[in-house]
Design a protein around this ligand. Structure first.
Ligand code: DX5
Ligand code: ZN
Length: 233
């Protein structure tokens, strides 16, 4: 693995220090009041925000891009975890570095030879990860796990919030944990809720993305407390 910059080392140490932790996916938040949403999440004890970037090409949905990440960077010191669901991560990932991302994950389905971009991101001070959809063979990602700070195991096909959790993620998480040990950060994304969150941590997940299970609740503090309780079980 390439030598990471000291900023990457610090980011990884921070994320290891707080694991397991819940990462709100802002896909369903109130975009007219973004700063207020961030404050509510800070009050609920969140450590890292998960930002879903969709290009309407890699996935059949469009979300937001660099300006939202840059705007968030201005109003919070929370870690920013950018999940790129885009066809051309080589072109756009560096722009998310400039926008203030701390962690950037792109999909192996979008870039079958990801090593150069992983190295570039880490040299720019950003922790780098690969994401894999449930329908993609793990053998695609395995050769590159050693180049990653984290692996994002999708528990739904990337593209939309509110989908049902696919349990294939559980065996993938435990397999990755068994092979690569405690150093590798494991993230899970899609359908994580009070019922599934405990199974994810039991199988080795460190970073647990929550969208609808949080943003469809009126009180984020209460929702986070309930999710954290189930996460520890
Ligand atoms: C799916 C996104 C997720 C998703 C999470 O493509 O990457 O982050 O919005 O939302 P829920 O928790 O509703 O599945
Ligand atoms: Zn995501």
């Amino acid at each position: 693995m390439s030598e990471p910059s000291s900023r990457v080392t610090k980011t990884i140490a921070t994320m290891r220090g707080v694991r397991p932790t819940l990462l709100p996916s802002l896909l369903l938040c109130d975009f007219a009041n973004l700063e207020r949403e961030v404050r509510l999440l800070e009050e609920a004890g969140v450590e890292c925000l998960h930002l879903d970037v969709m290009d309407g090409n890699f996935v059949p949905n469009l979300s937001y891009g660099m300006p939202i990440v840059a705007a968030l960077r201005k109003v919070t010191d929370l870690m920013l975890d950018v999940h790129l669901m885009i066809s051309d991560p080589n072109t756009y990932a560096p722009q998310f570095v400039d926008a203030g991302a701390d962690l950037i994950t792109f999909h192996i389905e979008a870039l079958k030879q990801p090593s150069a971009l992983l190295v570039e991101l880490r040299s720019q001070g950003v922790a780098a990860g690969l994401a894999i959809n449930p329908s993609t063979e793990m053998s695609l990602v395995s050769p590159f796990v050693g180049d990653c700070d984290l692996v994002l195991v999708m528990s739904v096909e990337a593209g939309f919030g509110g989908q049902a959790f696919n349990p294939i993620a559980l065996s993938r998480l435990s397999e990755l944990r068994k092979i690569y040990g405690a150093d590798l950060l494991l993230e899970v994304d899609g359908g994580v809720n009070e019922t599934t969150v405990g199974q994810c941590t039991a199988n080795g997940a460190d970073l647990l993305v929550v969208g609808s299970a949080l943003f469809r609740q009126a009180d984020y503090c209460q929702a986070m407390t309930r999710l954290r309780r189930e996460m520890q079980n």
